[in-house]
Design a protein around this ligand. Structure first.
Ligand code: NDP
Length: 624
């Protein structure tokens, strides 16, 4: 063990940090922050591109096939629905299910849910690629476990189990009768005279709804890389979120004589690789930026442990996890996984060797520096793990990520690195440049063409593009104003939920609201907010609400003030959707659309806002 003294030069300013407590076990290697920072900057600069998010191709026109639902046997035939409802929810994933369940519980029964897919599930409906699994612990991620009594099979649930659980929630909460599946909402138009939204769909439905909740998810519209020649390819290709089981076989056995090219090594690519590797004749993994691949350590749930959990356990567990990953020290780490590991390292640096009182007095600068060291140590563990597992030195070097742990979505897998020891798997490292070209018969990188039968695009989802484009939907508010125009430069919301000029419209999602690794928790928080707003609307006998321009401006300003720290962090990161492909100043990026002060601050602020009488929200009464 080598103990490294940290912050000798920079941290004494805080005055309260004892030198002997500022040492970390660097696993036998000294951590030189200057060297690490320079390496991170070099790797980032290699990947920065002028075109940012515009490098990707939208799935429309010639590329529409990539978006088709492969999981429904035949296109549904039904008559158009013409009806008037109180609340329309767009989306039947976790956000839609949670929103509907909570509203019904609060006495709002007249609800219609419209969903693109053939069933409930949202992201878990679409993502059925081999190995799809939730990286967030199931005991925290799956909602309403205390109510349903459902015991997840494992610490990390597979996609099939999650999807089944969503179907179960749909049945338990009586949501199937309210749902229209395989239906795409194409237009939402506010009708001031009727004080209602007019909702049009691709099945000629015409629904009038007094209130609309957008529960459409954040990473749902697949995107393709802007690689020249895609449409010239003569073999088979699909996006991971539209897996064609008829081509691969459910067990992938049809890949036995196929050469597969996998483009993308984010959370999805990492999960698929071990499964394709096992079955394909040849797998070529095209990597632009290596991911952090930490250990998975999945375990079966111990029924005795689960049975003994006390009322309120899920909330406690979620809050403990949220605190830890947000940098708020806790006495215990209930989840103890790869997400909270950094904080365990930090805790051993800052809190164990010292008393809590001393820790509390430390300056923010001291803490930030200690965090950077904890991060550096964590990343060193990640790189060391690659060396231990991957036999080829060259491949191991190419798989090493050089950025801070939370710069990109970390991944957790016990089969990915091992796959590169197989003779039928090749890592094609594109040196940060990405795939060069696609020909009718192969994929080209570094001037070499790799013959290919199947291209799997694990290239992620639209983030930061125009909201209406992400949804494939035109939303028109008062005086003919479209949401695209209203949000042209930046989102305009109150608390990320309601929108000026768009009365009675609410959002569960990531537009200036709370986020986090456990997105389901964020959805529950937003659904609770919506329930309170709806209850207030009913209590007042109001038919319309809308936030004032002033309230929206104040929230937007406050929101960006709180996000500045994130922006600084993200600027030093290698590009990806977290930092809007290297342009973190852009206000509609993924992380920059999350409330920087975190969940607890958000809850406090909102509670005060309610106590103060929903300040900034205008309600129009029934008789007005
Ligand atoms: P990502 O956007 O994270 O990854 C896309 C990948 O495609 C990156 O590796 C990217 O490289 C690569 N890429 C893009 N363009 C090219 C190109 N021209 N040539 C070569 N490679 C290219 O998408 P994912 O689907 O992996 O993940 C999206 C998100 O979905 C995750 O971050 C996570 O939030 C969620 N998810 C959650 C899971 C869970 O457990 N809950 C499981 C799986 C996904 P580069 O990094 O250089 O941009």
């Amino acid at each position: 063990m080598l103990l490294v003294e940290i912050g000798q030069a920079n941290t004494t300013q805080g005055g309260n940090m004892k030198q002997e407590s500022m040492k970390i076990d660097a696993g036998g290697e000294a951590i030189d922050l200057e060297v690490i920072r320079a390496k991170y900057a070099e790797e980032r600069d290699k990947r920065l591109r002028r075109d940012g998010i515009n490098q990707y191709i939208e799935i429309s026109g010639d590329f529409s096939e990539f978006g088709k639902d492969p999981y429904v046997a035949e296109d549904l035939k039904r008559d158009p629905v013409v009806e008037t409802v109180e609340i329309l929810i767009l989306g039947g994933g976790f956000s839609g299910i949670i929103g509907a369940k909570k509203l019904i519980e609060a006495g709002f029964e007249d609800i219609r849910i419209i969903e693109n897919g053939g069933n409930f599930g949202g992201t878990w409906y679409w993502n059925r690629y081999p190995g799809a699994q939730c990286d967030v612990e199931s005991y925290m991620y799956l909602p309403f476990l205390e109510e349903t009594g459902y015991m997840p099979k494992e610490k990390y649930s597979g996609a099939d189990e999650i999807r089944e659980y969503q179907y179960h929630l749909g049945k338990t909460f009586g949501l199937y009768d309210k749902a229209l599946f395989q239906t795409h909402v194409s237009e939402l138009t506010w009708d001031e005279a009727r004080t209602r939204w007019i909702v049009r769909t691709d099945r000629d439905d015409e629904i009038q709804a007094r209130f609309v909740i957008m529960a459409c998810g954040n990473l749902h519209r697949p995107k393709l890389p802007g690689i020249p020649g895609i449409m010239e390819f003569q073999g088979k290709m699909f996006h991971t979120s539209r897996w064609d089981h008829s081509y691969t076989g459910d067990d992938l056995s049809k890949l036995a004589d196929k050469k597969v090219a996998l483009v993308g090594t984010g959370a999805t690519g990492v999960q698929c690789v071990p499964f394709i590797a096992e079955k394909a004749q040849q797998l070529n993994v095209f990597q632009r930026t290596p991911s952090v691949v930490a250990a998975r350590n999945n375990q079966k749930t111990d029924p005795d442990w689960f049975k003994d959990l006390q009322a309120g356990w899920q909330r406690e567990r979620r809050e403990n996890f949220y605190s830890l990953v947000s940098g708020v020290p806790q006495e215990v780490d209930l989840v103890q996984d790869g997400w909270t590991e950094i904080m365990r390292i930090l805790g051993s640096v800052l809190y164990k060797a010292d008393d809590a009182e001393g820790a509390a007095k430390r300056s923010k600068q001291d803490i930030d520096l200690a965090m950077e060291y904890a991060d550096a140590e964590r990343m060193m563990q990640v790189r060391n793990r690659i060396e231990e597992i991957v036999q080829s030195h060259e491949v191991a070097e190419n798989l090493k990520p050089w950025f801070r742990f939370f710069c990109k979505r970390p991944t957790f897998n016990d089969g990915y690195l091992q796959a590169f020891n197989r003779p039928n798997v090749t890592l094609v490292d594109t040196k940060g440049l990405g795939v060069e070209r696609i020909t009718p018969t192969g994929v080209v990188s570094g001037g070499v063409e790799y013959p290919t039968d199947l291209i799997v695009f694990a290239t992620g989802f639209e983030v930061g593009t125009d909201y209406s484009r992400q949804l494939g939907l035109t939303i028109t508010g008062t005086d003919g104003l479209t949401l695209s125009d209203h949000w042209d430069e930046d989102y305009q919301t109150l608390h990320g939920i309601s929108i000026n000029r768009f009365p009675n419209l609410m959002v569960i999602g990531q537009v200036q609201s709370v986020g986090g690794a456990n997105i389901v928790l964020a959805s529950e928080t937003q659904a609770d907010y919506i329930v309170e707003l709806m209850k207030e609307t009913r209590r007042k006998r109001a038919k319309r609400f809308e936030p004032t321009d002033e309230a929206v401006s104040a929230w937007v300003e406050h929101f960006h003030e709180k996000g500045l720290k994130n922006e600084e962090f993200l600027r030093n990161c290698t590009p990806g959707y977290y930092n809007n492909e290297g342009q973190p100043g852009e206000r509609k990026g993924f992380i920059s659309a999350r409330y920087g002060a975190g969940l607890f601050a958000f809850n406090e602020l909102v509670e005060q806002w309610r106590k103060d009488g929903f300040e900034g929200m205008t309600f129009q009464l029934e008789q007005d």
